[in-house]
Design a binder for this molecule. Structure first.
Ligand SMILES: NC(=O)c1ccc[n+]([C@@H]2O[C@H](COP(=O)([O-])OP(=O)(O)OC[C@H]3O[C@@H](n4cnc5c(N)ncnc54)[C@H](OP(=O)(O)O)[C@@H]3O)[C@@H](O)[C@H]2O)c1
Length: 272
């Protein structure tokens, strides 16, 4: 098989959901895959015939550096990096403590930035490499009572666009994959003041709809079509929305005035 990028892949958050299926797909396609989990160890992960699981917590820079250096020491290169970590926080903004908000950004935004910054110097030396950041449709469309998740994904979108421009002459490519609701082990925390909130009833309605969309959604395998398309393109697109219905939402988002989108989303999720 001819690879556009070196055939060493690092999948951050490969123990579950999107990361797990991406790791399997790349492994089945002939890549040597290093996957990460906060609960893995550096032992017993040898053997080119399996995915090597290594520890990494993206909220700790030392942990990120240690994992990246472990792969570089063994392989010399990282051809493909996929960043999957992300979790939700349910509740009204007014009742959200700043510390709770920062914690979401520590994983969903700063965590991904930390991994990109650790890997980029090696990719720059190689003059080659692909980074895929797993975002969300919630990085394009804001949902009420899930504000910090949306804001962190909007920020991740902007970060990825900036990286693309800043690394444009280095041979490094970056793309975003934006899934909608999927059936995975996706974690959603609740703000401390959720039950006492003035917005309790409305937020429960909105969050229950999101949970229902995830439960009746497709499995994480749905992202593989977009992953393949990004891997095969000489110039990968900035973003790939996952699934026909969400692609349609993406088109409408571009066409409709912002006020109309706001009315539709508020009707669907009971924001107003
Ligand atoms: N499921 C959905 O409906 C949905 C929709 C749109 C977008 N997304 C996005 O898709 C991505 C993957 O989500 P998923 O649904 O596959 O969730 P998931 O099943 O919970 O998988 C998350 C993965 O990230 C890892 N992870 C979590 N926190 C981490 C941290 N601090 N440091 C390092 N690794 C960490 C987890 O590994 P360990 O716990 O083993 O460390 C796990 O492997 C997320 O960015 C999510 O926002 C999901």
């Amino acid at each position: 098989m001819k690879y556009k990028y070196s055939n060493i892949a690092l999948i951050v958050g490969a123990s579950s959901g999107v990361g797990k299926v991406c790791a399997k797909h790349l492994h089945d396609s002939g890549y040597k895959v290093y996957g990460t989990s906060r609960y893995a160890t550096f032992v017993n992960n040898d053997g080119i015939d399996k995915i090597a699981m290594i520890p990494m917590d993206v909220t700790h820079e030392d942990s990120v550096k240690e994992a990246v250096e472990y792969v570089i020491k063994r392989e010399g290169v990282i051809g493909v990096l996929i960043n999957c970590p992300g979790y939700g926080l349910a509740g009204a903004i007014e009742d959200t403590y700043i510390e709770e908000a920062k914690k979401v950004f520590d994983t969903n935004f700063f965590g991904i930035m930390s991994v990109c910054n650790a890997v980029l110097p090696y990719m720059r030396n190689q003059k080659n490499g692909l980074i895929i950041n797993i975002s969300s449709v919630a990085g394009l469309i804001t949902l009420p009572y899930q504000s910090m998740y949306c804001a962190s994904k909007y920020a991740l979108e902007s970060l990825t666009e900036c990286y693309r421009m800043e690394t444009a002459d280095t041979g490094i490519k970056l793309s975003l994959i934006e899934p909608g609701g999927m059936k995975t082990n996706f974690k959603r925390e609740y703000i401390e003041k959720y039950d006492q909130s003035t917005y309790k009833e409305k937020s429960e309605h909105a969050i229950n709809k999101m949970i229902a969309d995830e439960i009746k959604g497709p499995g994480p395998e749905i992202v593989i079509k977009e992953l393949k398309s990004i891997l095969n393109r000489v110039n990968p697109p900035i973003r790939k929305i996952v699934g026909v219905e969400y692609k349609l939402i993406g088109i409408l988002r571009k066409m409709l005035p912002a006020r109309i989108t706001e009315i539709i989303i508020s009707k669907m999720y009971g924001g107003g």
